[in-house]
Ligand binder design. Structure first.
Ligand code: RAM
Length: 338
């Protein structure tokens, strides 16, 4: 089905907004607020310690913590499971950490331990992937926009006709699941675009590669893959490129510009979306230290200055929004260095 004028205009408007508001935060000079306590320890617990995206986010956190006289400890497992993250939470509690910043692998399974931490006065902030129990969630970009934009992009590239699949991360990841929910809502606008399968690569390159190969084998008419994970999209692009399916199977989703540059330039992935992961970790650090210093509470309307990123406020659901995502393509990919 061809898009109506209205639909096309709305889609273009959403993407244009995404591009126009691509700069995250403002450029206020880094500054430490006197209300913030120094010498505190903040545990960063990424989904896993091997994922390059999580490493960049943690580094952003370290930059902020160092600037405000606090210390970072990064600890997690190597698999994207709640069980792999529990030892790190326990260590944070036992060693008397002041705050935990965690990208949850499961929204519910971590709660007994996170609640225990909060009961001991440890500030608990989620970032990247939320859990059901925390004081604040630092959201990378508007969840609905991230989900809908990926369908809009692939739909356009597929001329709004044909089969596609989703390659996600862990099946329990709340961020990917929330984005996929909005992808499915957006998909209703395009009746000739059919989702044939959703598979999980667990943010493990080997698994993501294998499940992508499985998709190409099982769905010979496949025209697209959306991967809302940086690990997944890289694996998918590599598999499609190696299989000689460049241009036949379009790969889109969320990817880091440096990892995806080759595939953006060679046409395997014409458009890729993301935000700046370092800024996400940086903002989470300020939020955690503000809470741990009792300089803010997690109530809606509380605000603080996150160093070079400027001022942020707590919104509905005790959530802080980093900003709008970027769209990377051949025209702008050279400008990004993360
Ligand atoms: C992967 C992780 C992370 C997600 C990014 C986009 O690195 O799954 O949680 O936010 O992709």
């Amino acid at each position: 089905m061809l898009l109506t004028r209205g639909r096309r205009a709305r889609r273009v408007a959403v993407i244009a907004t995404v591009v126009a508001v691509g700069v995250i935060g403002t450029t206020v000079a880094a500054q430490a607020t006197s209300k913030l306590k120094k010498g505190q320890t903040v545990y960063y617990i990424p989904k896993d310690t091997l994922n390059p995206y999580e490493v960049i986010a943690d580094r952003g956190g370290k930059l902020a913590l160092t600037a405000i006289g606090n210390k970072q400890v990064v600890q997690s497992g190597t698999k994207d499971t709640a069980a792999a993250q529990l030892p790190a939470i326990q260590t944070a509690i036992q060693t008397g950490a002041n705050a935990i910043v965690i990208a949850g692998n499961d929204p519910a399974a971590l709660c007994p331990q996170l609640k225990q931490a909060m009961a001991k006065g440890i500030a608990v902030v989620t970032f990247d992937s939320d859990t059901n129990c925390r004081q604040l969630f630092i959201n990378q970009a508007d969840t609905e926009t991230i989900g809908r934009s990926q369908i809009q992009q692939l739909g356009k590239e597929m001329h709004y006709t044909g089969e596609f699949a989703i390659l996600s991360a862990a099946s329990t990841a709340s961020n990917q699941n929330a984005w996929i929910k909005f992808m499915k809502i957006e998909l209703k606008k395009f009746p000739k675009v059919k989702l044939v399968s959703t598979v999980y690569g667990n943010d493990d390159p080997t698994t993501a590669t294998q499940v992508t190969q499985g998709l190409l084998q099982h769905f010979p008419k496949l025209k697209g893959i959306i991967s809302p994970t940086t690990v997944g999209i890289l694996a998918a692009a590599q598999v499609v490129d190696a299989a000689g399916d460049k241009g036949k199977v379009l790969v889109t989703g969320l990817g880091t510009p440096l990892e995806m540059k080759k595939y953006i330039l060679n046409g395997t992935s014409p458009d890729v979306i993301l935000w700046n992961p370092a800024n996400l970790g940086y903002l989470a650090a300020y939020a955690a230290v503000e809470l741990a210093s009792r300089a803010i509470t997690n109530a809606q309307g509380q605000s603080f200055v996150a160093g070079k990123l400027g001022k942020f406020s707590v919104g509905a659901g005790h959530t802080i929004l980093l900003g709008a995502p970027f769209v990377f393509n051949k025209a702008n990919i050279d400008k990004f260095n993360f």
